[in-house]
Design a binder for this molecule. Structure first.
Ligand code: SF4
Length: 438
């Protein structure tokens, strides 16, 4: 299953063709498209931004939920309709889990998740009269253009088998990028960007050799002089050990923000989901983090509507969520995925009930977010000013602990590392004062 590449037409690509990219799903998918976009430039192609038609169309799909699969299908159909003669490449989880369906949609090439990394070499073969000598095969990362903070993917795949999750099937076993490669990319990117986001499907599974995992890698990253701030995109609860947390809290270069997926809000639910921790253990991690670093931002993924989430179970979920010290929730609604354990569970939660549960957690999340922001009024933080946010004398910066703050300035401070004070929290915006540009 994992080793395929499906070439479905004999179409060729002309030199200097235009190419456009679109994706459904996670930040990782967007990141991967950025890498492919950079690769296409080195092949002499012309990447387009926000356009519907191009000579080549690359679509990165997702199948994490039924609605993500449906969105992926719609996206492919839409681009095929508007680009009758284009060379269409489809990649990502949906094309891997539903290969036969994708083949029916009239695409030209399907790349599996592992082959995305070889996009450059694969697509090169289909370009007419490509002048090999003039091909400048540059470092992929150094030519990737990011908005404000690059996402650096250091790991892919997952060796856990949560009962609802299709990712291990779609992305394969855990694989880690070579540490030398990671460190040299970090060094290069940190010369331009004050903040880098370290990402992967399951970061805690990063492994190079015995005793060299994520923590060892992060220690090597912060030792690089040019590195100012690193944000860890997400960490499984069992990977947040006291040693890891102490390192995060004590090191100024690590952002004080942890996204710790909870998924199930009750012990039996967690067992049914095959998550290997209890609410008590999860709660202890949050308390420990808050105690060591009161300003830390703690976020969680939570899934509602899992088959065994009965009414009494959800009452318990509500009670538990109200007691957990979480500052925001990303709420997902369960949808059964083929070939997962949860797909065969007999119980079911009605769609209407799922919606109500989603609304309940979303509303709790809004309250928690507001409380979190208001707790920080009058406090100062390190922050990175974002690109493209300049509106009539205002710019936006993201603090170390994940608060987007709007402040007044007459200068263009994009990508500057600054100190900022939070003054006011509005309905959906936070305002502050710029104190220092480092
Ligand atoms: S940890 Fe569980 S939910 Fe996360 S990618 Fe792996 S199997 Fe899926």
């Amino acid at each position: 299953m994992c080793g395929y590449m499906e070439k479905l037409s004999q179409k060729k690509i002309e030199q200097n063709s235009t190419i456009l990219f679109d994706s459904v799903g996670c930040k990782l998918n967007k990141y991967e498209l950025e890498v492919m976009r950079a690769q296409s430039e080195t092949l002499g192609m012309v990447p387009l931004v926000k356009q519907k038609t191009g000579d080549v169309v690359v679509l990165n799909t997702c199948s994490v939920t039924n609605s993500a699969s449906a969105d992926s299908r719609r996206m492919i159909r839409k681009y095929r309709k508007h680009n009758e003669n284009a060379y269409i490449v489809v990649t990502g989880c949906y094309s891997q889990t539903d290969l036969d369906e994708v083949k029916e949609l009239g695409v030209d090439l399907i790349l599996n998740n592992m082959e995305k990394a070889k996009f450059f070499d694969i697509i090169k073969k289909d370009i007419n009269d490509l002048d090999e000598l003039n091909l400048q095969k540059q470092s992929i990362m150094s030519s990737v253009k990011f908005q404000s903070r690059p996402f650096l993917k250091i790991q892919d795949g997952c060796d856990a088998y949560c009962s609802y999750c299709i990712i291990p099937r779609a992305r394969g076993r855990s694989r880690s990028v070579d540490k030398k490669e990671v460190l040299s990319q970090i060094e290069e990117l940190s010369k331009t960007y004050p903040e880098l986001v370290i990402t992967g499907v399951n970061l805690g599974q990063y492994e190079q050799e015995k005793d060299y995992g994520l923590l060892a890698l992060l220690k090597d990253m912060v030792a690089i002089d040019t590195v100012k701030k690193l944000r860890i995109s997400s960490l499984e609860p069992n990977d947040l050990t006291p040693e890891f947390l102490n390192f995060m809290v004590e090191n100024d270069k690590i952002c004080k923000h942890i996204h710790l997926p909870l998924q199930g809000g009750e012990d039996q639910l967690l067992k049914d989901m095959r998550r290997n921790y209890t609410i008590e253990q999860y709660s202890e991690k949050l308390k420990m983090a808050r105690k060591l670093c009161p300003q830390i931002c703690l976020g969680a993924d939570i899934m509602v509507g899992f088959p065994t989430e009965s009414e009494s179970c959800f009452d318990k979920v509500k009670e538990n969520l109200l007691n957990l010290e979480i500052d925001y929730f990303h709420v997902f609604t369960f949808s059964a995925r083929d070939k997962t354990v949860a797909n065969n569970m007999q119980e079911k939660v009605e769609p209407q009930i799922k919606k109500e549960r989603n609304r309940w957690v979303t509303s709790l999340s809004s309250k928690r977010k507001k409380d979190f922001l208001e707790r920080h009024i009058g406090k100062t933080f390190d922050a990175v000013v974002e690109r493209g946010g300049k509106t009539k004398g205002f710019m936006k910066a993201l603090t170390d602990n994940y608060i987007p703050v709007i402040f007044e300035t007459t200068e263009d401070l994009a990508l500057k590392f600054v100190k900022i004070r939070i003054d006011e929290v509005g309905t959906d915006k936070v305002f502050g004062t710029l104190l220092k540009v480092y």
